[in-house]
Design a binder for this molecule. Structure first.
Ligand SMILES: [Zn+2]
Length: 702
């Protein structure tokens, strides 16, 4: 999925139904097939939005008799990737019996507690709060989608009349109402009283459609969206977003500004919990942020409940003139802009809160719009930040559609509040698992494609961090990326090729990290080489190469990370991967040992300056980590074997026997130590050296 797939210039939505595939499927499988098809196109429904259902006759395990069962998408997940276990199953006769328990709108939330009692076949998938919207529509197959084109019509001031005009009586219309039991009864009443309807538009929300078969339901859904898209395209009355107000900067400049802005913002909004950022400059965003109507439309807030639950009711529009780009002024204005936003949000909470409302949540914006540059979004994890941005693109598409043909209206503030602070939503938040120890943290690992680099990245990812890997070897980096995506998914791991001995390339690596994740919390400086030669044979070139990578490289990356962390003002942790040889002189490796000693001392110097800004710096000293190492693959292995007078095939055993504990040191052992020093578990340690060498008396620190 790319953000660009959400822009307006599109091929029409076409049916992907394949009769040959469908022929062999059972009714639940047909529901799954239809759901996956619907969820595969973001124009049909937004990520995680919408639900589908089928009423299926099934054999009751208890009585052996045939009963009607509602299969309906359960709580959580996305239609595009849902599997059969993502659906909840409920007895229709029990759902119908619930009508007798309903005490009216004031009490509709209590109906949610009855749903688990209607479960068919002990299905553990929790029924969603949209279940009653499907249960009572007197049709076998029901789709509920959030298509941008339909919501555009649903969010027009003249939505009811436009529904008539566009769909010619095929779709009914219901005024805005928060989804719940009562809306389920209203859908039933309208569908029953007007049996010719193929579906219903819900004001400010989305679309319901139905059919007698899975296929007809699917095709009616697509047909209604196509009609809406076509009509919106043919009836544009006014320039998009009031016309163009400002220029759009070139892509490279947009990215550079975003990379500067993101750490500054992140530091200011991460007081409660650390946030991760996402930058989006897709066509839809750029058109909106450069328009005359930007400020006015952004202030109206989003419409569909799904949109503002993800994006907050309003974005923050930053004051920036791309025609005279002044990034320093932009940064200088951040405190005031955020302060105003938070005051505005708190006032909204105070205006709308009810006696039993949950406490006010984080008052910082989620979405940031910058004229000529694009959109930033921040959330507790990378996927949530990216998806929030994509939801705001849904909202932009809705505003563009609605304002082109009529006048866009946001949801009334109180209604938005009642959804945002709905007790059922609060209960969902309370059920979220405890975050992992490195959740919200961004780590940069140099030498990321090597054995230790990958093991470190893997462990940091498993502990919840986002990781940027950098390495000079692009091929190895791509391979490492493929390995790690399997562990942590595409959102949380990224790579950037770079040479740490180049000042310019180091800056580019740090910039790419800020742009990709929003900032930096953890630096694992791990890039390495090794060389061995007697002093007399040590050429200036060998000497210089060790100095360049192990000293100058660590200095450049350390200095860059220090600046970034200092700008963020939320501290940080650096871990230098050095070597036992930094503490213990070793014959025949003077260039390497000296450079490693300098590296350790550099870490101590940065620790000294870093303390004042909460940046900790510690060192891990591995020894003889042979497995997975690219250093030990080549000449170094031969050199060490020769110098120790052993066969290179026996080198692992040689080092094991040499250690005090008679153990091999593995990349995972180094990763464990790095994780400890990177995390808050070592929050009171800085300037330390931790040997991971299976015991070597000469390396005892003192
Ligand atoms: Zn909905």
């Amino acid at each position: 999925m790319t953000a660009n797939s959400q822009t307006s210039a599109q091929t029409p939505i076409v049916s992907k139904w394949d009769d040959a595939v469908a022929a062999s499927l059972s009714e639940p499988e047909l529901l799954l097939y239809r759901s996956n098809l619907l969820g595969s196109d973001l124009r049909v429904t937004n990520f995680g939005g919408g639900n589908t259902s089928a009423k299926v006759t099934m054999r009751d395990h208890l009585t052996g008799e045939d009963v009607q069962v509602l299969w309906v998408k359960g709580s959580g997940g996305d239609l595009g990737s849902i599997k059969l276990d993502g659906f909840s199953t409920l007895y229709m006769d029990k759902l119908n019996a619930l009508k007798k328990r309903y005490r009216g709108l004031e009490h509709e939330d209590e109906m949610v507690d009855y749903l688990p009692h209607c479960t068919f076949n002990l299905n553990p998938r929790a029924a969603s709060i949209d279940t009653p919207l499907h249960a009572y529509i007197p049709k076998a197959h029901v789709d509920h989608m959030h298509p941008d084109a339909i919501i555009a019509i649903a969010a027009c001031a003249d939505s009811k009349r436009l529904t008539e005009v566009i769909f010619g009586g095929q779709l009914g219309w219901l005024p805005w109402q928060r989804p719940g039991y009562d809306l389920g009864l209203k859908l039933e009443a309208l569908a029953t009283s007007q049996p010719q309807l193929k579906g219903i538009i819900l004001e400010g929300h989305g679309l319901f459609t139905w059919g007698d078969t899975a296929k007809s339901c699917y095709e009616i859904t697509l047909e209604m969206i196509r009609l809406a898209e076509q009509w919106l395209g043919e009836n544009v009355k006014q320039p998009v977003f009031g016309g163009v107000k400002t220029i759009t900067l070139p892509a490279e400049q947009r990215a550079a500004i975003a990379a500067q802005l993101m750490p500054a913002l992140r530091g200011r909004i991460s007081a409660g919990e650390r946030k991760l950022g996402d930058f989006n400059d897709s066509d839809a965003v750029l058109q909106f942020v450069a328009s005359n109507d930007l400020a006015a439309l952004a202030a109206l807030g989003t419409s569909c409940p799904d949109h503002f639950l993800r994006t907050k009711i309003r974005p923050l529009v930053l004051d920036f003139d791309p025609a005279k780009p002044d990034v320093d002024a932009l940064l200088a204005g951040l405190d005031k802009a955020l302060e105003d936003y938070r005051a505005d949000y708190t006032a909204y909470y105070e205006r709308c809160k009810r006696a039993n409302s949950p406490a006010v949540r984080d008052a910082n914006p989620v979405i940031y719009l910058i004229p000529g540059v694009g959109m930033l979004s921040f959330a507790k994890d990378k996927a949530t930040a990216r998806i929030a941005g994509e939801f705001y693109i849904n909202a932009i598409n809705v505003m563009r559609g609605a304002n082109g043909v009529d006048k866009y209206v946001g949801l009334p503030e109180q209604e938005a509040f009642d959804i945002e602070y709905w007790l059922l939503e609060e209960a969902k938040l309370q059920r979220m698992p405890k975050p992992k120890s490195l959740a919200g943290r961004v780590a940069l690992v140099t030498g990321g494609a090597g054995g230790i680099g990958q093991a470190v990245a893997r462990q940091l990812l498993q502990e919840g961090a986002c990781v940027m890997l950098t390495d000079i070897d692009a091929g190895a980096l791509a391979e490492a990326h493929a390995n790690l995506v399997k562990v942590a998914g595409k959102d949380n791991v990224a790579t950037v090729q770079g040479n740490i001995t180049s000042e310019k390339e180091v800056e580019a690596v740090l910039s790419a990290t800020a742009l990709r994740f929003g900032g930096l919390d953890i630096l694992v400086s791990n890039a390495g080489i090794a060389s061995a030669a007697p002093l007399e044979d040590t050429t200036l070139e060998i000497w210089q190469r060790n100095q360049d990578i192990l000293v100058t490289g660590y200095f450049l990356v350390g200095r860059g990370a220090f600046r970034l962390m200092k700008q963020q003002k939320i501290g940080g942790s650096m871990v230098f991967v050095a070597s036992k040889n930094g503490l213990v002189a070793s014959a025949g490796a003077s260039a390497y040992c000296t450079a490693k000693a300098a590296e350790i001392h550099l870490a101590r110097c940065i620790a000294l300056e870093g303390a004042a800004v909460g940046v900790r710096v510690n060192v891990v000293n591995p020894d003889a980590v042979i497995r997975g190492s690219r250093i030990w693959d080549g000449k170094w292995k031969e050199e060490r074997a020769a110098s120790n007078k052993i066969d290179s095939d026996n080198i692992e055993e040689f080092y094991r026997q040499r250690s005090m504990l008679k153990l091999s040191v593995l990349p995972e052992d180094i990763a464990e130590a790095v994780y400890f020093l990177a995390s808050d578990k070592s929050g009171k340690s800085t300037g330390n050296v931790l040997n991971v060498d299976a015991g070597n008396a000469a390396a005892f620190t003192r």
